[in-house]
Design a protein around this ligand. Structure first.
Ligand code: ZN
Length: 432
């Protein structure tokens, strides 16, 4: 902790990161109506930007700038058309921010296009937002909102909304996005800044292998993360909600009934529960791993290929990608040495002598047995050991030598994986 009595040296080491802190809102009926109306106006401005931008490009071959769009916004709010009064009744902060959001989205699309990002991965140009398919989302900069002394969020237009303060904000926020999600809940997403403090060194290393049966197998069985089966647990509830939606669906080109919208929100809530459960498990596990290890070798696993296999459903339910992202982010935030290890041959190599098996292990074979040194271990456990060795961490040898403090420096590099054949066999198995 850095208090007022901390030495000057401590302050020098402090670094900051910009983060979002999300809180649930409990808006009244009046506040909900106000936010929906502001959302409608912001969406209208966004759609105008899409239209004007494509017109200017088609007719004049130029990209309309944010400044020009701001000028046009003034015209839209002040001309004689019937809608300008409606537009001018809303907050100008929100509408200017819609223009900023549009320009940021367009810049990203143009940059992806210019740098030759693959079509499947690049951001498309901003499109029109439909009234029926988009949720209200309103962005307030510092001028557009305030936090009252009793902890309510007061937005432009004088509307005050109670916030569920599930945790404290680290610093005063610089902006807030107020939005409704698919399940009908309202949220405030504050942009704020927090200090990064390195966790104290503990002198331990860990290797992590991802899998479907056990989400994460590590070199230390205490830190294994079992598959929680949240999706399977909630499958019945989800199917029931989706059947209700299907029954209430109206033919195309007809506005959805209130019952359908309620069923759609119910179904979204079940999905949300699933996602939250998985994320909660991942955060708790990542905290445990990061608190107890300062060197973390993570299999750089790409879960996309599992999505095409027969294990797709179970693999998606394990949320490997999300768990990996949370672990890596947390490790880096607390100054741990996180190394991503390419997964090639990690199931074929021996964690003790480094010899590579002649044949690929079939997935049904759960035990690894080395032909060279006779080492036998669980297939995933052996792979986790290989991760630690390949990451280049000094392993804790049989006589208890542990990674020294010099290895606990903040390092976020991804070193080239050493070819297992060239590895020094005397490194031995890390007993972690
Ligand atoms: Zn061996």
């Amino acid at each position: 902790m850095v208090g007022t009595g901390a030495s000057r040296c401590t302050w020098v080491l402090m670094t900051f990161e910009t983060v979002r802190y999300n809180y649930r809102l409990r808006p009244s009926r009046t506040a909900r109506r106000h936010l929906c109306e502001e959302g409608d106006r912001a969406r209208w401005v966004w759609n105008q930007c899409v239209r004007r931008s494509s017109e200017m490009y088609e007719h004049e071959g130029v990209t309309i700038s944010a400044g020009d769009l701001d000028g046009e916004l003034t015209d839209w709010r002040n001309n004689d058309a019937g809608w300008s009064e409606w537009l001018a009744a809303g907050s100008s902060v929100v509408q200017q921010q819609a223009i900023r959001d549009f320009c940021a989205a367009r810049s990203k699309a143009l940059k992806d296009f210019a740098t030759g990002v693959a079509r499947s991965k690049r951001r498309g140009l901003p499109r029109f937002h439909s009234r029926h398919q988009s949720q209200p989302s309103v962005n307030y900069t510092r001028r557009g909102f305030n936090l009252s002394p009793d902890g309510r969020l007061v937005v432009a237009g004088g509307v005050s909304i109670p916030v569920v303060w599930s945790r404290d904000l680290p610093e005063a926020p610089t902006s807030v996005r107020v939005y409704r999600d698919a399940s009908g809940h309202w949220w405030a997403s504050f942009v704020t800044r927090r200090t990064i403090e390195a966790a104290p060194p503990v002198g331990r290393a860990i290797g992590i292998d991802w899998g479907v049966e056990t989400t994460a197998t590590t070199t230390d069985p205490v830190f294994d993360q079992p598959h929680a089966n949240h999706g399977a647990r909630l499958a019945k509830k989800l199917a029931s909600a989706q059947r209700k939606m299907a029954r209430r669906r109206r033919p195309r080109n007809q506005p959805p009934s209130k019952g359908y919208v309620a069923a759609r929100e119910e179904s979204a809530r079940v999905y949300q529960q699933m996602v939250w459960c998985r994320r909660d498990d991942a955060h708790k596990w990542a905290k445990r791993v990061v608190d107890h290890h300062d060197q973390i070798a993570v299999e750089d696993f790409r879960p996309a290929f599992l999505a095409k296999s027969t294990m797709a459903k179970k693999a998606a339910d394990a949320a490997i990608g999300e768990t990996k992202r949370i672990l890596v982010e947390r490790g880096r935030r607390y100054g741990r040495q996180v190394v991503m290890v390419p997964p090639a041959y990690t199931t074929m190599d021996c964690g003790v002598c480094g010899a590579r098996a002649k044949h690929r292990l079939p997935l049904s074979q759960r035990t690894f047995c080395c032909d060279t040194c006779g080492h036998t271990a669980g297939r995933d456990r052996n792979a986790a050991t290989v991760m630690v060795v390949r990451a280049g961490f000094v392993p804790a040898s049989a006589d208890g030598v542990r990674p020294t403090a010099t290895h606990t420096t903040v390092s976020v590099g991804v070193p080239e994986a050493q070819a297992p054949g060239h590895r020094q066999p005397e490194l031995g198995i890390p007993r972690l």
